[in-house]
Design a protein around this ligand. Structure first.
Ligand code: ZN
Length: 420
């Protein structure tokens, strides 16, 4: 057989090659070996008919928290990713230099999904959510952070810092400066969480071309929209300079009103990401295709939504040569979706309702040539949700209430709540 797998009959959208049309895609081993309008079925070991479906490069989620069991927000993401079209997931700073080796051994190595990470400038990473990880600057160690990033380049894509009052206390942009020092040494971007309590112009003024501002549609304060309802000039200036703007939905950072104001001003995020974690997975995020569906229903074109979830996401983490593309010779990471028509309800982090006419529904994921279907992963995904509920209960603000309703069951892993 010439090919191990042929994906037949889909509408292929590959923004990296400006492909949008009906194509067949052939895979041999873990590589894409042909993209053509017609590939003979007889040459394939396995043929999958995707007529009526959309086929894209595998989706790349550049902001998530997957250091399960070790960090406040970590979820077991492997099966969840493969059930939702995500072939590469990037942890946004759950590991710092001090707990990075555990991340490599317990999360990256056993995962079928490709797992990458930003290394937090705080050496402890996000192990203890109740206290801001950079309220004490002694946690910031640019030299050790840069060392880890440079010596594990297959896994590390950049440096993370969170620049809100809750994370930095009275330290202003000093944590960001430490992150930049590490990133300069390792020649990688910094991903900066923008949040209330540190003026956004001060943060953006420090950021370089290729650095990533995540949570760009947050509505908690010090965001991208000014008092006049327009995008503030410093944001336009930063974009001009090459700063990348990422969504990072999360539990508190996707506000439909901010997204609408930005889009009305002609400002769309460069990258769509979930910031999925134990406290957001049950609460309005749900998945990358669900997040992308919100953008689709807010007026972003399907092709742009795909670009922001694939090609642009891969470029933002310096992996555009290999990921977010269906170029022949690259890794066989693909995702197939059905674009459903109907009436669908979506929520933002303030539980505002958006009723949309289209929804991006994952039907199949190919990761390094292996085929996964959502229904085959259902049990593992249910376990992910149970464990996430347990972590949320034990690390949430309403701890006592969670005990009272039995959400936390010590010694019985998996018996979590329904998310609360
Ligand atoms: Zn995050």
């Amino acid at each position: 057989m010439k090919y191990d797998l042929v994906l037949h009959g889909a509408t292929v959208i590959d923004p990296s090659q400006e492909i949008h049309g009906r194509f067949d895609v052939a895979v041999a081993g873990d590589r894409i070996v042909a993209v053509a309008q017609r590939i003979e079925a007889g040459e394939a070991g396995r043929l999958i008919d995707l007529s009526g479906k959309v086929l894209t490069p595998g989706w790349v989620d550049i902001h998530a928290h997957v250091y399960a069991g070790v960090t406040t927000w970590g979820i077991k993401a492997d099966a969840f990713c493969l059930a939702t079209g995500v072939t590469t997931i990037v942890d946004a700073g759950s590991p710092g230099w001090a707990n990075f080796l555990g991340f490599e051994e317990y999360i990256v190595a056993p995962s079928r999904t490709q797992v990458l990470t930003f290394v937090h400038i705080s050496g402890i990473g996000l192990t203890y959510g109740p206290l801001g990880e950079m309220e004490d600057l002694r946690y910031g160690d640019p030299a050790r952070t840069a060392f880890v990033v440079q010596n594990w380049p297959d896994i590390c894509v950049g440096v993370k810092v969170r620049q809100g009052k809750h994370q930095v206390g009275d330290n202003g942009v000093r944590p960001l400066r430490l992150a930049l020092e590490a990133a300069e040494a390792a020649r990688v971007p910094v991903m900066v969480h923008i949040g209330a309590g540190v003026p956004l112009p001060d943060v953006l003024a420090e950021m370089r071309e290729g650095d990533i501002a995540t949570h760009c549609y947050q509505g908690v304060g010090d965001g991208i929209i000014g008092e006049d309802g327009g995008v503030i000039p410093q944001v336009w200036e930063a974009r001009q300079r090459g700063v990348v703007f990422d969504i990072g939905h999360g539990g508190g950072s996707f506000d439909f009103e901010v997204a609408r104001a930005a889009l009305a001003n002609g400002f769309a995020a460069d990258v769509i990401s979930t910031d999925i974690h134990a406290h957001s997975i049950h609460h309005s995020v749900y998945s990358l295709p669900e997040t992308a569906s919100k953008l689709l229903n807010l007026g972003v074109d399907l092709e742009d939504v795909v670009r922001q979830s694939t090609t642009s996401a891969a470029a933002a983490i310096g992996r555009g040569d290999e990921l977010g593309t269906l170029r022949v010779g690259t890794v066989a990471d693909l995702a197939a979706f059905e674009i459903l028509d109907g009436e669908f309800e979506f929520h933002d982090v303030r539980r505002r309702l958006l009723v949309g006419a289209r929804k991006i529904e994952p039907v199949l994921t190919v990761r390094a040539g292996e085929v996964y279907r959502p229904q085959e992963l259902a049990e593992e995904v249910a376990e992910t949700l149970r464990r996430a509920g347990q972590m949320k209960a034990i690390t949430g603000g309403n701890f006592a209430e969670a005990i009272a309703r039995g959400a936390i069951a010590p010694g019985r892993p998996g018996l979590g709540d329904k998310g609360g």
